[in-house]
Design a binder for this molecule. Sequence first.
Ligand SMILES: Cc1cc2nc3c(=O)[nH]c(=O)nc-3n(C[C@H](O)[C@H](O)[C@H](O)COP(=O)(O)O)c2cc1C
Length: 325
Amino acid sequence: MKTRITEMLGIEHPIIQGGMHYVGFAELAAAVSNAGGLGTITGLTQKSAADLANEIAKCNDLTDKPFAVNLTFMPTVKAPDYPAYVKAIIDGGVKVVETAGRNPAQVMPYLKDAGIKVIHKCTSVRHSLKAQSIGCDAVSVDGFECGGHPGEDDIPNMILLPRAADELEIPFVASGGQADARSLVASLAMGADGMNMGTRFMCTKEAPIHQNVKDAILAATELDTRLVMRPLRNTERVLNNEAVEKVLAVEAEKGRDLVFDDIMEETVGVYPPVMLDGKVEIGAWSCGLVAGLINDIPTCKELIDRIMSETEELIRARLEGMLAA
Ligand SMILES: Cc1cc2nc3c(=O)[nH]c(=O)nc-3n(C[C@H](O)[C@H](O)[C@H](O)COP(=O)(O)O)c2cc1C
């Protein structure tokens, strides 16, 4: 399939794996890229720029296809050394960067000088327009359904994608709630040039996370995610569990007086034990509503091949068939 995104990124299929903390390691990124999509290493999961350089080198060994690095700009007490991370990305010959969180103006000149394509992931039309105005090449439009941080506007993709299509000149991919050929065809119909998936790629053979995490997503339905940290305006969609229930109880009890310290135990530093050791109950970890559509653990190639063949079938048989009637 040829879209503005496949052309821009030099990939076969318009399917991107979004950056995911403690999930987006070289193994997964390379598997997605080798399957014809665009895999992504999560930059800040690597503790230092030197570690990121090693992870990029590992990915370069595993694939000769393009892959991306995610750089997330989040409010943190101690900001990571972004210039050093950017240098590791440029020196590693990475062709695409996915930025998220605050807008990436501070790193744009360096990335653009190095000829790197920048896809900014954001949750609103106004932030997409801002990304376009500072020179981003594409946007990943992340609807309210998404795993991770959906922002504070709560606009689902059925509205957000056509709104983005009406306003943007640069290409965009649909992100949040994307799982299969139905997602891709619907997103293309609404003006996107591809789709970005997070939670779906966690349930693949190559995702280098504990089996307990994959099993928890398989067992979950679309009713099993919760929004935490809303009172702090740092909303995160996570899979429900005991720790999440506790966070929500504390949030309800403290109301406007809630401070980050009140929920730190369940929200800070939980990714390594959850993703690597499989202690899925100890804290809040991101998961999308799309968990309700995930029922198997294919390889990345099986998943992407299935999506692309069913996409063709949907368009040629179901949609064209309706016109022929
Ligand atoms: C476990 C997990 C961790 C994530 N970590 C990050 C991250 O560190 N940076 C980022 O930009 N997005 C992160 N995301 C968001 C994804 O890149 C993607 O935008 C989102 O998962 C799309 O929604 P979906 O899960 O419905 O596919 C994360 C998502 C998940 C599920």
